[in-house]
Write a protein that binds this ligand. Sequence first.
Ligand code: FES
Ligand code: FE2
Length: 444
Amino acid sequence: MNDEGVAQFKKLNLDNDSSTNNNLLERNNHEKLVSTSQKPSNQLKNGLLGWYAVCSTRELKDNKPYFFTMFNEPLVIYKDKENNLRCIKDLCPHRGASFIGGEVIDGELVCPYHGARFSSKGECTNLSRITCNHIVDDNYDNYASKIHLFQYICKEVGDYIYIYYTGKAKTNLNDFEVTDPLYTRFINNYGFNIDEYAFEEVVVDFKCDWARIIENHLDILHLFWVHGETIPDNEVNRKVITSFNQEITKERDQIESKYKYKDKTKGEFIRIKFLPPGRIVIYKGEPKEARYIQVLDHIPLSKNQARVIVRHYRKFMKNKLITELLLFRKLQHRVFYKVFTEDYMILRTQTFNNQMGYVEKDNVKLLGEDKMVQYYWDWFKSSNIKDNPWEIHPINSDTNSVHQDIAMLYPPANNKLQKKNTQSIKINLLIRMLIPIGLLLLIL
Ligand code: FES
Ligand SMILES: [Fe+2]
């Protein structure tokens, strides 16, 4: 993480709208609540609407608009003139075109249909282009007040871009009532010191149900069977049957499960933390001591599509050169893509069974080992009834899938990506072999 990112993480919030203060205020209140209450609440506070990490800062590197969907709603993120992030509903308020194919010129979003430009506050700055104002002079002011972009609150913290998703974008960001504090998603909040780690990132898009992917990442049982060959751990293997003691805690902001080997000489296997609605943290040992942390963010693009941002934070290998020399990043990408490809077919068929109602009926039986999954579904079902996010922007089989197609940026079974990765590993190996030979020749 760069220095700026670290500073942002420490600051917790840095955007320029009033929700920053609200969040800090809520944080103080929350801390009081936690320290004074004897028993943590059994009820997870956050539902399905609220803060989501939707992409990584690197997606906006070239200052191009970033298009994606949330619960079917098409959105776009870009940086305005002052370099502030904006998250806009991807719909031009003139005649409803998408901004796909449009541009950001001098920090203003420009519609590709008739060229309307919008300020960072969302007002149209070149009305004359779309109103032929010599014809409609009388109504000019009235029209100007109506044509306005719809936005969501958007923040950049720790190299992540978060949006406060409510399903109802607003013309004025101050009209949002932020009831859900962002800091509860930050891993610093749980005792990890993010400054001590370097991270690598992989993004994968799945054509399957968002909630099933979260379930998959909370489920340790399948690791042994599905990923036994891929995960470089002798204990994680099809041939090995390992028993654990499972310890689950439920608090206001998280559910956590610790898995310890029944064989006491082996200590701890892993800890999994679910921070609703979309973040999972996987690590081992006490947060302060953890040598690696995996942070997975799940983004509900549409009913049948989800994006996962995986970050691997490592305490060792902070040195960039060593990391590169050991091919750490590229090998890690390879492993992640392989793991996700292994999950993919299962998730897709399970999604089908779920959509057909089979999973809901008496066809499945969760076991004791699936306790974490059970708690997750308890939370999901009650949140779904409360927030009902899929009903806010419904789509059906007739819906033109243009946004879904565009959002599919990182499919797991992407042969092109795999080939590129393999190729660059070979080139790197070759260079690595040639350097010492070259040096030797120079000395001679
Ligand atoms: S639809 Fe965007 S300018 Fe007309
Ligand atoms: Fe998996």
